[in-house]
Design a protein around this ligand. Sequence first.
Ligand code: ADQ
Length: 489
Amino acid sequence: WERPDGRPVRQRLLVVANRLPVSAVRRGEDSWSLEISGGGLVTALLGVKEFEARWIGWAGVNVPDEVGQRALTRALAEKRCIPVFLDEEIVHQYYNGYCNNILWPLFHYLGLPQEDRLATTRSFQSQFTAYKKANQMFADVVNKYYEEGDVVWCHDYHLMFLPKCLKEYNSKMKVGWFLHTPFPSSEIHRTLPSRSELLRAVLAADLVGFHTYDYARHFVSACTRILGLEGTPEGVEDQGRLTRVAAFPIGIDSERFIRALELPQVQEHIKELKERFAGRKVMLGVDRLDMIKGIPQKILAFEKFLEENSYWRDKVVLLQIAVPTRTDVPEYQKLTSQVHEIVGRINGRFGSLTAVPIHHLDRSLDFHALCALYAVTDIALVTSLRDGMNLVSYEFVACQDSKKGVLILSEFAGAAQSLGAGAILVNPWNITEVAAAIDQALNMPAEEREKRHWHNFEHVTTHTAQQWAEFFVSELNDTVIEAQQRIRK
Ligand code: ADQ
């Protein structure tokens, strides 16, 4: 990890997340092909110049044999990635089970799984045991690569136990933990059978970060109410040891989007889309197909709008792009068919032989196509029922330099706290309110649109992903130094 030219090595940052930012495909017994998958976190950390970042995480594939594991480890090393190997049973219990079936819905206020309560209660313990075991496996790998002075940054609800495991290895390790989802009200967290153990495990970190001040406050309340600890303006105190808790709102690499709009292929795409939808206002939804994104609610609100505003029926189109996720889970399959059914019904009701009001795509779009779509959109509809932040709203704003379109944004997305002044905020559960917001957006005077847009554009271009990452890591360094000074005193 030393520099070949002998220059001093920058501080190393070990970024630990459930998934590595690569997709790995096995080509032979000892050969792998790897493709870097982008994503906010990757771009955020690419921009952090002061640190030498390494990724530690699961490659998303089961590799039962040693030959395969060694070959994958070698291939990943070239991409600055270090794998954690999880077997199928652990993935099933830890990732599909505890992370995605229990923590994800709970943290988004959807409650603990309701169906077959007794079976859930029985499997709960084994899933939690697998969760702890998986976190320990991540810790083993981090510990193996750790060198004194490194900063370890743990990410998300998959790794709430990791800070504790790491500090048990080495109490001097600098450990930060950041949650990308909301942290729910302490009343919700209280329902979790392993509520106390999880909180204590997170508190082992030196710095705990959330997207918004509200999530940080919920976390501190959970620690005071459930664990009986003391909450201070700085964080949570336990027998003289302070865990600093703060808000670090994420951003995007806005320049990347702005630059992309100048590319000939994106311009070509924009031209095609403009021709395709000439004479109609374009409304856009871009989401992972997940319950938290409120896609059925959004489409029902659009139906309500069409119902009440016959004038607009052939003058507006909703493009809903939804990337399927967790397609093997019955609840997600149900969501997909529910969305298809509603879209079919509305298109049957309001469509004509030549045009339909909703274009729904169940797939991911490449970066350039996505930028073009953002650029031609008049109204973006982000109606998450809960969302840690929501980067789609940021990406839309970054691409709206010429249109200055309107953002309709759920008040339950973290982004409502940063883009709230420029957006029209809505309660996504209230389809009458969302329908009225669509009407307001379509009839908004240009001057007001411009004002609102600049407000948000200013925010998106000055609160970038790189700054977010730099801010978190420098806070972590400072927190550890301050703690050491306190101990010396
Ligand atoms: P996500 O739930 O994945 O992230 P979001 O923040 O909106 O939600 O990010 C989604 C990303 O995927 C965006 O960069 C978007 O462009 C891309 N994407 C979505 N649909 C796509 C499509 N059809 N085609 C191509 N790309 C698509 C979690 C939390 C969020 C939090 C982020 C970052 O749930 O609340 O903002 O992490 O912390």
